[in-house]
Design a protein around this ligand. Structure first.
Ligand code: NDP
Length: 333
């Protein structure tokens, strides 16, 4: 069956990645909703979408739409997801799922009650590099994992220098934008859940209204694994990375915290050093293909529960920053 999508949010991420991914995965994009009629019209025309609206009900009540992609600002995800679930639409929602864990759980419950798929767009689970790291750990190539490091600081492109930097109420800041991805990537490769965090943040010239534009911290995971992370919008000249270190070896991922299917992974252990095969396709196509399959059976790349874990950990990081204390990760799951 061809999955017919409606877009809730005339966003950059949909324009740059997700519309193409839906089409490449065999789906169609029927309509787009924006809060602004002119933007909706222009967006539909620019992206070859037949219809546009400013009324979410035009999408939710349209029997010819099977699924919605929610990529509005973070404050709107909760209400729009619950409404979409009640209307019987399958939902791919952007990260962070919501601004509170309670709201994210309510989204999960609404989707479960309606019998629809609710997925979180943690695209990095579809990176061949991340899967190579996960598989090597699972195969015991580095022994018992002890620690990890995520380098996910970069430079926020000019065209995205908006609500992330100055709108706390919209869910701005580097933690809700980037730390959620780190946490999900670490859960994916380690196969363990986070338990506690410490962190310090910075407003280094881009963030205002109390919003951080950079953060560093440590997450403790089950089995005592500790993971260091650095996220930010202000570092122009860095490379991203993900490393996991174990009793018998290390996995070194370079240029792997990205939207593109690039990067390398090196395994270094007692047998020497070798680069792991990491050929893979478009990460967002991977998300959409898994989502389309999950409508019939199985699971999307990242579930609602995965989104709850990443949000709960990011919120613990925000609390740790505000209080200077170590904060437990509480999902209520
Ligand atoms: P955008 O700022 O592009 O879009 C967010 C909202 O801002 C849109 O819904 C739109 O409102 C409004 N907007 C967009 N352009 C304009 C404009 N020119 N003037 C006024 N308002 C505008 O955000 P992103 O695409 O960067 O992010 C959207 C969501 O996707 C966020 O939740 C973010 O966290 C997530 N994201 C996820 C990524 C991933 O890889 N998983 C990557 C990037 C973002 P309206 O719809 O009313 O027109």
């Amino acid at each position: 069956m061809t999955v017919r999508w409606g877009l809730i949010g005339a966003s950059t991420i949909a324009h740059e990645w997700v519309i193409d991914a839906i089409r490449a995965a065999g789906g169609t994009v029927s309509s787009v909703m924006s809060s602004n009629a002119e933007r909706a019209r222009n967006y539909a025309s620019d992206n070859g979408i037949a219809s546009f609206t400013t009324d979410i009900d035009d999408i939710l009540l349209d029997a010819d739409i099977d699924a919605v992609y929610i990529s509005t600002t973070n404050d709107l995800h909760h209400g729009q997801t619950v409404a979409a679930a009640r209307a019987g639409k399958h939902i791919l929602c952007e990260k962070p799922l919501a601004l509170t864990v309670e709201d994210a759980r309510a989204m999960r419950d609404a989707a479960a009650r309606a019998g629809v798929v609710l997925a979180t767009n943690h695209h990095l689970r579809n990176a061949a590099t991340h899967t190579a790291i996960r598989d090597a750990i699972a195969a015991g190539k580095i022994g018992r994992p002890l620690s990890a490091r995520v380098f996910h600081a970069g430079y926020l492109p000019t065209h995205l220098q908006g609500w992330r930097l100055d709108k706390p109420a919209a869910g701005g800041g580097a933690i809700l934008d980037l730390t959620v991805h780190d946490v999900d990537a670490l859960r994916y490769v380690l196969g363990r859940n986070p338990t506690e965090v410490v962190a310090i943040a910075q407003s280094g010239g881009m963030g205002s209204e109390g919003l951080e534009d950079s953060v560093m911290g440590v997450v403790r995971f089950e089995d005592g694994v500790i993971a260091q992370f650095h996220d930010g919008f202000t570092t122009r000249f860095v490379e991203t990375g993900l490393e996991v270190h174990g009793t018998e070896g290390s996995l070194i991922g370079r240029n792997v915290m990205t939207q593109r299917p690039v990067g390398t992974v090196v395994l270094r252990n007692g047998d020497g050093e070798r680069q792991l095969p990491t050929d893979g396709g478009n990460l967002y196509e991977g998300v959409i293909k898994a989502f389309h399959s999950a409508i019939n059976e199985g699971s999307p790349s990242a579930t609602a529960e995965d989104g709850i874990w990443s949000l709960a950990t990011a919120l613990a990081v925000k609390k740790a920053v505000a209080s200077g204390a170590a904060i437990k990760v509480e999902t209520g799951l």
